[in-house]
Design a protein around this ligand. Structure first.
Ligand code: ATP
Ligand code: MG
Length: 392
């Protein structure tokens, strides 16, 4: 270990991690931690054999680092650790420092002593330090359910102390599960769907279809803002913007009204598939949830999917709207999602959309359209935006 006096020790869930896989996983996690801590005054992020350590400088803003680590995908839990002098007076002093800024009424001290040359036994150390902390803070001892726990670890090289484990977000480091193309609207659902996939280690690339100049530009601005928020976990993010209004016009004039929304969705899927191939994404992701709206009934999901050549993943399929909203608030996208905008799918929407359109019916409905050319034209008008990740 380095000589740093203060550091965070980061643990990940190790299920299924062996050999080469584990090194790949750890390297990604360490890299992502560095990206997340960009701009803070940490000193070093280092991989040790089953953990990652973030060493700090004396004047590092610890709260800021703790907040950022809390949101790094792939961290199961982590602790803030302080090194102490290797004598009972030093341990007491450092333990007391760790209580600063914390509210608690009860405490417990636990000690692990692998250096048997240390003059006191583990229970003796716990008792001494616990008694001192109680005296200094007015807290009481609670051996079963304390508000605050102290762990003292005395090894041959080091003596260090930490308090409660901090809960990480879980999941997998972004990038270990490959890449997906997320169909991002300006609504509430799709950013949450993106977040769920990012949490499982998928790198998200975004695609948005807009109807400007038939609508205002609000959806474009919202989507960029949403992608920016998601980039806090996804890091550098690419957004593809596809003008969709002209294609919608053609669908409106050439196909029966009840099928419009489904045909919009089929064309979006076709175009998205091309982009997925372009960026090496293995699947499309949508914010669809079963039966939430007419286009999301099982028959309609099926007839949209019928033209897809790669998997369409729908992480929210079993979520209720209230659950999605809760999650959107938690991840910070809700306020942007609920700003007003004209959704491109709500443009020219018929009064009575089909709820049970079959693949054959949709094929028939779009028979008069030159699908290949329309998709190619849309691809040619594609615009690429890059969001370089930053916390500022
Ligand atoms: P959201 O809140 O994500 O907009 P929604 O409940 O409004 O979802 P729909 O408008 O039917 O549902 O869209 C279903 C899914 O289709 C969205 O979650 C999104 O993944 C995709 N989608 C819809 N409109 C667009 C668009 N303009 N650009 C990209 N993807 C879109
Ligand atoms: Mg929508």
């Amino acid at each position: 270990m380095s000589d740093s006096e203060k550091f965070f020790v980061i643990h990940y869930a190790e299920v299924g991690l062996k050999g080469k896989n584990r090194v790949f996983f750890e390297k990604k996690l360490a890299r992502n931690i560095r990206l997340s801590l960009h701009g803070t005054e940490y000193s070093e992020v280092k991989r040790l054999h089953d953990r990652i350590v973030v060493y700090l400088k004396p004047d590092t803003n610890i709260v800021e680092i703790e907040n950022r680590l809390r949101r790094v995908m792939g961290i199961a839990h982590y602790e803030f650790v302080v090194r102490a002098d290797k004598d009972i007076a030093g341990i007491k002093k450092t333990a007391l420092e760790l209580t600063k800024g914390k509210t608690f009424e009860t405490l417990k001290v636990e000690t692990k002593r692998s250096d048997k040359a240390f003059p006191l036994t583990s229970p003796e150390i716990s008792r001494e330090v616990g008694g001192y902390l109680i005296q200094e803070t007015g807290a009481q001892a609670d051996m079963h359910n304390p508000d605050l726990r102290f762990w003292i670890n005395i090894s041959h090289n080091d003596t260090y102390i930490y308090t409660d484990k901090l809960q990480g977000i879980g999941g997998l480091p972004v990038g270990v599960s490959g890449k997906v193309l997320v169909m991002l609207s300006g609504g509430i659902d799709s950013p949450v769907a993106a977040w769920q996939m990012i949490k499982r280690g998928a790198k998200a690339v975004f695609i948005h279809f807009y109807s400007y100049p038939y609508t205002d530009k609000a959806s474009l601005e919202k989507v960029m803002d949403l992608a920016r928020i998601l980039s806090e976990s996804n890091y550098r993010s690419v957004v593809y913007l596809v003008p969709f209004g002209d294609l919608q016009q053609i669908i409106v004039t050439k196909t029966p009204a009840p099928y419009r929304v489904l045909l919009y969705r089929r064309f979006m899927t076709r175009i998205a598939q091309h982009v997925a191939a372009l960026v090496d994404a293995e699947a499309l992701v949508t914010g669809e949830s079963l039966a939430q709206v007419a286009s999301q009934t099982l028959p309609n999901l099926r007839s949209i999917e019928a033209i897809a050549e790669i998997p369409i993943l729908r992480p929210l399929i079993g979520f209720d709207k209230v659950e999605i909203i809760e999650k959107a608030e938690e991840i910070g996208t809700f306020d942007v999602s609920t700003l007003p905008h004209q959704d491109c799918c709500s443009l020219f929407v018929p009064k009575h959309p089909a709820t049970h359109a079959s693949h054959a019916e949709l094929n028939k409905a779009e028979k008069g359209l030159d699908t290949t050319t329309l998709v190619e034209e849309a691809i040619q008008r594609l615009e690429k935006q890059v969001i370089s990740f930053s916390y500022e």
